[in-house]
Structure formats: C-alpha cells, structure tokens
Design a protein around this ligand. Sequence first.
Ligand code: GLA
Length: 454
Amino acid sequence: MAVCDEFQGLAEQFSAGFGNRRPAWLVRAPGRINLIGEHTDYNGFPVMPMAINRAIRMAVAPRDDGLVELKNADGSLYGDRRFALSDPIAPYAAADWGNYVKAGVQSLVELALSQGRAVGELKGMSCLVAGDIPPAAGLSSSTALVVASALAFSAVNDMEPDRRAMAERMAEAEHYVGTQGGGMDQAVCLLAREGEVLKIDFFPLRVTRVAFPRDYRIVAAHSTVRAQKTGESLLAYNRRVLECRMAVCLLARELGVEPPERLADLASARPDVAPEGMVGLLKRVLGRREGLSLGRASALFGIQPGQFAQRFLRMANGRLLPMPGDGLKVVQRCRHVLSEAARTERAAECLACGDLEEFGRLMDESHRSCADDYEISCYELDQLVALMRGAGALGARLTGAGFGGFAIALAHRDRVEAITHALDTGFYKSRRVPRTENVFVFQPAPGALRQRVG
Ligand code: GLA
C-alpha cells in the first residue's frame, strides 16, 4: 500500500536513519481530551472522551536480532534507545521516554508467551517515532506512545489482538511506568471513530458511541503548567487512587459488606444508598475535619501505622506513597467521584438528545468539583475556564488528570473566534507565550491506525 501524505516525511526520514531500509508498517495513535468524567475510570465509573487529530506516529520495520531500536524524529529532545526483548524487560530510569515503549512491548511479549511463543522467536523492530501531541499536558501523549509501540510490535510479530482486549491490556501495561491510571486513555486511543464521542464504561470495558454535533467545537487551551506523569504529579494522582480505596473500605464496613475493588462496585451492591447517603456515612465516621493523619487513619481501621501504610499506601509500582502533608482526604474525594459519575451519565444523555446547554452546565459543575473536592485544578486552569466561559462557551473545565495541562470548552463554531481572542488578550499575551502553539480547536478524530506499507 502506498504511504499516505501524513506519513510521507516520516517514511523518508526512516530510510535515512536506518541505513536505507524502508518501513514495513506505519502506526498512528492519537491523543485525547475528556469531555467529562474525571478520575472516575479507576473507580469503575464512566468517562466521555474523544480522540484528537494530534498523535504519535511511527514508521516501523521488523528485525531478526530481537532488538528494539528507537529513534525520534525530534532527536534533540528524545535520544536514541535500544533494548533487547526479554521477559521481563527491565525499565530505564524513571521518566525516560523509552519506558513507554517498553511498557507496550513488554505487555505484548507476555501475550505472545501466553500463546505458546518463545521470546527467542519474536521479532524485534526498528522504529522512528514522531509526535505532535504536546507532552506533559494532559492530552495523553504517553498513552499514545504505549499504544503505538504495542501496535508496532504486534504488526512485526503477526499478532492481531482484538482492539477491545488490547485496550484493557494496555491499561494494565501502563502500570509499568508507575501510574495507577484507569483505562480511559487506552480505550479511546484504540476505539475512537471520527465524529464520535465515546461513553466508556469499565470492568468490563463497554463503549457507547455518541455523535458529536457538527456545528460545535472543542476549544482546548494550554495552562502552560506542565502536568508530568512522573514526580510530584504522579504522587498526587496515585494519592487520590488510594484515598478512594480508603473510602471503599470505610463505606463497606459501614454498610456491612465485604469491601469490593472499587466505589462503583459498592454503589451497585447497594443501589438503595444514594451518593449523598454514601458521603453522609463517611462524614459520620470521619467527622467534619478533612486531612487524616497516619495515626488517625490507622486507628480508624484498628491497625498499626505500619500495617496501614502497607495496606493503603502501596502504589502500583510497589513503593509506598509518602504520607501527604495535608493528610488523607476521603470525604471530599468520594463526593467528587460519586457526583462526577452522576454528571457523566446525565451528560451522555444530553449529548445524545442534543441538549448542549445542559451538557455545558455539567462541564462547569465538573470543573468546580475537580477544583474544590478533588483539588486537581490550579490558578491558570481556573483562569482559562473563566475566560472561555465568559467569551460564550457553553461550558468549560480542565481535562485529564489535572495539576496543569489543558482546559477545554464546548462552543458553537460561531463563538470560537471570540473565545480564542479572549484567551489571547486575557491569558497568553501577558505571559508572552504564542497563542497559536497553545490553543487548538478539535472535533472528534479517528482512533489508532496500523497500516502495512511496501
Ligand atoms: C489520567 C489517567 C486516566 C484518568 C485521568 C483522569 O489521564 O491515565 O486513566 O484517570 O487521568 O480522569
């Protein structure tokens, strides 16, 4: 098959970088924005993302020596990497870009082994990687890299994993880099279709497709605050996962049931207890003051602080979360998750029946809950949200994990210019950063692509 325009330059650069070889496969894995349903996925509640037209692209050729060799089209930022296939594949140092590739590859090596193949039989690959998703901005550039790597590896090894199974597998795969994320990013990357927003339910993964209205746009504006998936942000994210886990255990005890995995399981086990009822129960146990110390938290469970840490503060990468300085906040985290879950269900109905005013209102509410209860916003994100709202957006909110990154707004296409103008004058000009590199206008884009060439 011919190389389409999108990949032309990359295919040529591949040949120049890899001794005149031609790529055998081209892969694209898009970034995403999430319209509503934030920090709900790992709690088993739905999300509503869409893919964007910014992606990780790879040109790929198989190798017979069991090595994975990576070059980046933007070599100045990301140096070359090379590693051997093995089981398991040892990670590079934390925050190394090659770890996202290793995460995707390691997971498919495991799949191949489970299907009776041996590591020595598997093909390695030479990959040239390019991307135009702003990194560390909450648009899921790292998941796109994990997914692209796995698709590339599956291609050179004649594996045809089902997309849905692959989405679930990739969510697990990403724990390799230490985040305890849910499954949203991987699912939308692999399952999105042009023009559609996905409502995704989890455990098991289910996708409902909702057409995005033609005359509307998503304006996305960068807060210029980096939201790394490493360091402080990683801890801040994992901390919330663990606070929710505590909420599950405390509520299960109050409700007299065995603690299930997630808040959503608890909600479906006890449909007679409304979200407000759940929050009320927690308040009764924990009192009004948020911010549990280690001593108070362990006393609540009748165990020693060391045992508490082992049980509740262990992250997916095996390390213990340092006790947050402001204590563990269980009531407000639970209130956000349960109210966000209800908003997401309602938002899906609104989008399906074209009630965009209400959809926008739900986005606004979601932002407030993310800011006040989940504490994942920041000054710059709040400012962007206010500016876009003031300039005629139907609703606006932060998107993704938070702690920086992008804010998004839903707007009629006739309002887009006014919104970008307001962002320019009210935010970017005073910071002396170009608006053009920080504001994007999106409609739902297609999901990942794996194409044979040559
Ligand atoms: C990150 C994670 C997702 C999800 C969002 C917050 O993007 O990778 O699984 O939890 O944060 O909604």
